[in-house]
Design a protein around this ligand. Structure first.
Ligand code: GDP
Ligand code: ZN
Length: 306
């Protein structure tokens, strides 16, 4: 009989009551110790994709998850069957990369900003990848790049056809867990394939299964990268958490607004046309771009009042 030993790893996939754990020694198919099932918290599962865990191995490749390390963050939604329970979709993600095409379909800052607001609300670092720059006229997306850089975001113009921007994107994602999100057709799969052959296809299979509405069997998977790190397949805006955002949260979810908050005439200023608004003044002075201010007003008008 072999000696039982322990190894640390990352849960990359779950099915039924089993988990695939990626470790320095490869993948292990794990069950969990029974005691985890008796959770005080109203969570659908005590072990979720993205968890950092310690596993005990007796007969490889079979192992048991013996410890779940504390989560740094999580993306959740209400459990489909028990709505006062929390279903964690994925834990311990480092960043959200919003994917948007410069054309076909046409670039819409409001769409990018909805994803960014959701990512900020979930406590994720955020960045933008622009795709299909081979189809755009030179200079046509320069202003977009400037808008996001001035808001403090990394934005990388890329082309899956000629490889422009792909090295920079590798630098952004290596050794991190990144969620790639964007509407279908923007070139997300092509971009992921350019990043690593086969990756786009793998994530597409999972997200298409998810889109078919089998909510209770929906699982996010982490796809390991050869350059280190993981890519999570693409949850929609709702999954990232925009449905929980209120109008009151909004100003803080625009990072470039933060230096000016608390300086308006009215302490409860909504920065939506009130007199002596410091945020609007920052727009007029050029510290906040009119493009971002406009999406702020537009997105907030679609949210629930708090
Ligand atoms: P997804 O739905 O976001 O995963 O998008 P796909 O990767 O399937 O791409 C949608 C369409 O855009 C396909 O016809 C791709 O061939 C095309 N496409 C994707 N990236 C590029 C690019 O960088 N340049 C050009 N010209 N076409 C692209
Ligand atoms: Zn204000």
């Amino acid at each position: 009989m072999t000696e039982e030993r322990s190894l640390d790893g990352r849960v990359i996939k779950s099915y039924g009551n089993r988990f695939i754990v990626s470790t320095a020694e490869g993948m292990f198919d794990c069950t969990m110790r029974g005691k985890f099932r008796l959770s005080e918290a109203k969570e659908s599962s005590p072990v979720v994709v993205g968890d950092r865990v310690t596993i005990s191995i007796d007969e490889p490749p079979n192992a048991v998850i013996s410890l779940v390390h504390e989560r740094t963050n999580k993306l959740s939604r209400p459990d489909v069957l028990k709505s006062d329970w929390e279903q964690i979709l994925v834990a311990n993600c480092d960043q959200l990369v919003v994917v948007a095409s410069v054309t076909r379909p046409k670039l819409k800052l409001g769409t990018i900003d909805r994803f960014l607001v959701a990512g900020e609300a979930a406590g994720l670092a955020c960045a933008v990848a622009l795709t299909k720059i081979d189809l755009a006229k030179p200079g046509s997306y320069d202003r977009t790049v400037e808008v996001y850089r001035s808001a403090g975001y990394s934005i990388i113009p890329t082309c899956a056809v000629d490889g422009r921007g792909i090295e920079e994107l590798r630098g952004l994602v290596s050794d991190k867990t990144s969620i790639f999100s964007g509407h279908s057709g923007v070139g997300k799969s092509s971009l992921l394939n350019a990043l690593e052959p086969g990756l786009g296809l793998r994530t597409k299979i999972v997200s298409e299964a998810t889109n078919r509405g089998q909510h209770t069997t929906t699982h996010i998977e982490l796809h390991p990268l050869s350059i280190g790190g993981f890519i999570a397949d693409t949850p929609g805006i709702r999954s990232i958490g925009l449905w929980k955002v209120t109008t009151e949260d909004m100003p803080n979810l625009y990072p470039e607004f933060r230096p000016f908050l608390g300086q308006c005439r009215f302490h409860n200023c909504l920065h939506a046309g009130e007199p002596n608004c410091r945020v609007k003044q920052a727009v007029d002075e050029g510290a906040i771009t009119p493009e971002r201010y406009e999406t702020y007003l537009r997105i907030r008008s679609t949210l629930d009042e708090d």
